[in-house]
Ligand binder design. Structure first.
Ligand SMILES: *[C@@H]1O[C@H](CO)[C@@H](O)[C@H](O)[C@H]1NC(C)=O
Ligand SMILES: *[C@@H]1O[C@H](CO)[C@@H](O)[C@H](O)[C@H]1NC(C)=O
Ligand SMILES: *[C@@H]1O[C@H](CO)[C@@H](O)[C@H](O)[C@H]1NC(C)=O
Length: 203
């Protein structure tokens, strides 16, 4: 289930409930927000440029509409960027990341456009809470060790902003110690120089 609002003539915003709508009916205590994605679309002629495509590209599929592409994105909890080729090819590319530190939106003569999942602190209000009723069906948090609600994989907790932000997959990206700001699944950690990179193992 979704609806779309025309916004500032060229941008579109889609709200998606899809899979999570039923859960909402069963557990009315949950806030609506955590089951939906609010996606802001950039105009035709935009593409997403990740800092590390191999690490951030989640999937490439063919869908028959921009909305269908956004729905596929909403169904993948790691997806924060959807790029849809409005030409006949219908390529739908999904990415992890953001448009500030782990990638950017570029304009070029093409038929593709980018949709960005909007992130705000209210989506993460259950961070650190006991799992119980808090994050079992939350798109933005996951229950860790059966105990507390934590950030999804490949993201880290920014205490100041109260948001789970994408970890960097770029060697040399700035980081702070003990905050999991680098993609640990790729073997990166925050080096003593406060940059993401691979630790050297001396034997
Ligand atoms: C989960 O458990 C593992 C090992 O049991 C521990 O290393 C890790 O810190 C725990 N994570 C959290 C978020 O409590
Ligand atoms: C946390 O978020 C704030 C606001 O977006 C940003 O200025 C700050 O650099 C972030 N800190 C870390 C450690 O990511
Ligand atoms: C990071 O964590 C380690 C072990 O928990 C601790 O010894 C160290 O002081 C911490 N560093 C910072 C900068 O907080």
């Amino acid at each position: 289930m979704f609806f779309t609002i025309e916004y500032k003539s060229r941008q579109l915003i889609t709200f998606i409930w899809s899979l999570f709508f039923l859960a909402l009916m069963v557990h009315p205590v949950y806030s609506e927000e955590i089951f939906q994605s609010r996606i802001v679309y950039y105009p035709i002629g935009t593409q997403y440029s990740p800092v590390n495509q191999a690490a951030q590209l989640l999937s490439t599929t063919i869908t028959n509409s921009l909305k269908a592409c956004a729905i596929v994105c909403n169904q993948n909890v790691l997806c924060r960027i959807a790029e849809y080729d409005t030409s006949a090819s219908g390529h739908c590319r999904l990415f992890e990341g953001d448009i500030d530190t782990t990638g950017s939106i570029i304009t070029l003569p093409s038929q593709s456009r980018v949709g960005v999942v909007q992130i705000s602190a209210s989506l993460f209000s259950q961070h650190g809470f006991p799992c119980g009723t808090s994050c079992q069906e939350n798109r933005y948090l996951t229950c860790q060790n059966d105990s507390t609600c934590q950030c999804m994989p490949h993201t880290y907790w920014n205490k100041t902003a109260s948001i789970c932000m994408p970890q960097s997959s770029l060697v040399g990206a700035p980081c702070q110690q003990n905050m999991s700001m680098c993609r640990e699944d790729l073997g990166y950690s925050c080096l003593p120089t406060n940059q993401c990179g691979c630790k050297l193992h001396l034997f």
